[in-house]
Design a protein around this ligand. Structure first.
Ligand code: NAP
Ligand code: MN
Length: 268
């Protein structure tokens, strides 16, 4: 089995990844940064997010497993003092995986013949800072509303605990293959109207945004930002691809949500 390590720049992460690398050498794993079967990330959720983008080209075949050097995250399973157990699990790996949905983004830029595709693990947003963002919103090809406000966020189930949650979106169990649309400060009054609540989009549907002709939109795809080009339209749907995690043990999703957002001190 070919493994790679992807660590963030923190001191703890550097130490842990050096230790892991040595263990891999001792246990005869092949270290292959370019074409790994398994990527072990060391850091936080943001680290896994970066690793996902680094390995996007081989996303169909690669599996991820994550060590957290801070708090327990949504993509991270193993504590830094458990790396011996992790190596043992990797040695007896039999290809076990859980797959979670990804967001497929297709952008038509003005003046470009070919559409540009992006893949997101958490979410994509379209925003405008200088003035109100005005965009037509279509669901499944049918006109739904004219949105006015700061922006819109389209998130995956695993991204629902990130930006989406800050925007008042629901936390979605990642076994559900749906997308969620949340508003960023919509304008609602007698003249302008939007739905004003988050929407959960069925797997067979897609969202199309046709923004007013302006050149100062900001498009985000997870931690990446794109701007400066005039956007004609964006189409969001659930990707045919998914992300694979090497799951050697189970942790209930709602347990993770509780740990991240509520804490246990008032429980029995
Ligand atoms: P960052 O600014 O370092 O991350 C923001 C926070 O989001 C970090 O605490 C990160 O956890 C956490 N996070 C990332 N993915 C998550 C997930 N799926 N569920 C719960 N928490 C998650 O930037 P980053 O680490 O590169 O992450 C980029 C993400 O930041 C974007 O995809 C977006 O979701 C999020 N973001 C949120 C807001 C907001 O809430 N207002 C605004 C912009 C971006 P770690 O500390 O473990 O990395
Ligand atoms: Mn981060």
């Amino acid at each position: 089995m070919k493994v790679a390590i992807y660590a963030n720049e923190g001191r703890r992460s550097t130490i842990i990844s050096q230790r892991l690398k040595k263990k891999f050498a001792d246990t005869h794993f092949i270290y292959d940064e370019k074409n790994p079967d398994i990527v072990v990330t060391v850091g936080g959720d943001g680290t896994l997010l970066s690793a996902f983008h680094k390995y996007a080209a081989i996303i169909d075949t690669v599996r991820f497993v994550s060590v957290h050097t801070g708090h327990l995250g949504f993509y991270t399973d193993w504590r830094e003092d458990e790396i011996d157990d992790l190596v043992v699990s990797l040695q007896s790996d039999n290809g076990q995986a859980v797959n979670y949905p990804l967001l497929d983004i297709r952008v038509k830029y003005q003046g470009l013949a070919k559409a540009v595709n992006y893949l997101a693990l958490n979410e994509s947003t379209l925003k405008r800072n200088s003035a109100t963002m005005v965009t037509d919103v279509y669901i499944g090809g049918e006109f739904f509303e004219k949105f006015r406000g700061d922006g819109l966020c389209i998130s995956t189930p695993t991204g629902s605990t990130a930006y989406n949650k800050s925007l008042g979106g629901a936390v979605i169990h990642p076994n559900l293959k749906v997308l969620q649309v949340t508003e960023i400060s919509s304008i609602n009054n007698r003249i302008f109207r939007t739905l004003s609540s988050p929407m959960i989009i069925a797997p067979s549907d897609w969202i199309t945004l046709i923004p007013d002709r302006q050149s100062d939109y900001i498009l985000t795809v997870d931690q990446d930002t794109f701007h400066g080009k005039q956007i004609e339209q964006i189409r969001y749907k659930i990707s045919k691809k998914s992300i694979h995690f090497a799951k050697y043990r189970h942790m209930q999703f709602w347990r993770r949500v509780q740990d991240a957002f509520i804490g246990n001190e008032f429980g029995n």
